[in-house]
Design a binder for this molecule. Structure first.
Ligand SMILES: Nc1ncnc2c1ncn2[C@@H]1O[C@H](COP(=O)(O)OP(=O)(O)OP(=O)(O)O)[C@@H](O)[C@H]1O
Length: 385
């Protein structure tokens, strides 16, 4: 097959490209230029996509003897990932930009361009497995499964891929643990074998998400309100800087409290209010999620799944069903309560190790506390006592 190996300049994608070559594919290395910001491009920066990263990717491609190109997707990344990230926080939600990037950049923009140029597939260094199975009609079906290395498993951020995208995706590292990949990189003579893992959000290299959002959205002073009493208990400089479950950074006067820690239990963007409450207000077991994506056909009946709401979060047994009137909406009933679930987070649904699909959480609630079993909206969650 003719395959584009997406090369970030890191260890994982270097080994992924090498393994595709070993498997006999015709491989071309492509590094995506995703940023034009000086802070992100700086060599000393620890985000992805520095000039040094592009150089590292090129050196690996040279060593492998494969052609190498840099494709500029900065404008699309700005629009679909960074602007979306800002808009989501401004609306009081907590997005996962890696999912958006996989959905819009790596497995749409990159894949589409690769296919238009005559390639068959894209290979990345994500830790996940694609399993081929013969379907009921005799056709080959490709399924997305968790990686064997639970510490590195990235199936969560790939949960947005549909069957068509999966049919053109290769994840050659899914059967190996990270320490072994580093050993393999060293054995292959890659200079980047000991390069530190990229972490968190690549376009916020210093990890200061609130500061980064403030530089885009400006300060927007507002009130911190006790969700149970409705009393104003403090102030903030922008509700976009808070997320459900957060404890730090509230700046509350401890002497005015009863000793129980307070958490953010809601962010009400229209009124710019941050709602706080005690830990017992954080547990939820109902999710309503939209933007549903299925790795195959959408389920017809209520299905038994494992639900995961953050990249390295626990998986909770649950029931999931597609909304009767809106196929983009999924209702999830968790067997046990999860704490600190924010609207905007993705819920990825698993059947064993297989990814069934994903959706973006729009609202959360508690079973038995709602009039009709219908999920409460995110703000009533904070007033349910
Ligand atoms: N700028 C980029 N250009 C091309 N491919 C990229 C780029 N950034 C990420 N990728 C691809 O997406 C995969 C997952 O990205 P992620 O940011 O999670 O990197 P990672 O797990 O640290 O991997 P790596 O060690 O390859 O950087 C990478 O392995 C690579 O195939």
């Amino acid at each position: 097959m003719r395959v584009v190996a997406a090369m970030s300049g890191g260890v994982d994608s270097a080994v992924a490209a090498a393994r595709m070559l070993d498997a006999g594919h015709d491989v071309v290395g492509v590094h995506l230029a995703l940023s034009r910001s000086a802070a992100t491009l700086r060599e000393s920066s620890r985000g992805c996509c520095t000039i040094e990263d592009a150089g590292d990717a090129r050196r690996v491609a040279d060593r492998l003897g494969i052609p190498f190109y840099v494709w500029d997707m900065a404008e699309r990344f700005q629009r679909d990932v960074m602007d979306d990230f800002v808009a989501e926080y401004a609306a009081g939600r907590t997005p996962n930009p890696c999912l958006r990037c996989n959905e819009s950049i790596k497995f749409t923009a990159l894949l589409d361009r690769a296919v238009a140029l005559g390639f068959d597939a894209v290979a990345t260094g994500h830790y996940a497995q694609v399993v081929e199975r013969v379907g009921s009609g005799g056709a080959t079906v490709r399924e997305l499964h968790r990686a064997v290395d639970p510490d590195k498993d990235q199936s969560y951020v790939l949960g947005v891929l549909d069957a068509e995208q999966l049919s053109r995706a290769f994840f050659p590292l899914g059967d190996t643990t990270k320490p072994r990949i580093r050993e393999e990189a060293a054995a292959r003579g890659f200079s980047i074998a000991k390069k530190p893992d990229s972490y968190d959000i690549c376009f916020i290299p210093d990890g200061d998400t609130r500061g980064w959002l403030t530089s885009r959205l400006g300060e927007r002073p507002g009130e911190i309100v006790d969700a149970t009493s409705g009393e104003v208990v403090g102030s903030h400089r922008g509700s976009y800087g808070f997320t459900v479950g957060q404890r730090r950074g509230l700046g509350l006067d401890r002497s005015a409290q009863d000793g129980d820690p307070r958490y953010v239990v809601g962010v009400d963007a229209p009124t710019n209010r941050v709602l706080i409450g005690t830990a017992d207000l954080l547990g939820v077991d109902l999710l309503r999620a939209d933007h549903a994506r299925w790795c195959g056909a959408a389920p017809v009946d209520e299905i038994r799944v494992g639900a995961q709401v953050r990249a390295h979060g626990e998986e909770v047994p649950a029931w999931a069903r597609v909304d009767e009137s809106d196929p983009e909406v999924v209702h999830v009933r968790l067997d046990s309560r999860l704490r600190g679930v924010a609207p905007g987070q993705s819920v990825v649904l698993y059947d064993g190790t297989r990814v069934v699909g994903s959706a973006t959480i729009a609202a959360t609630g508690l079973a038995g506390r709602t009039p009709s079993g219908i999920v409460e909206d995110s703000m009533t969650l904070t007033r349910r006592t």
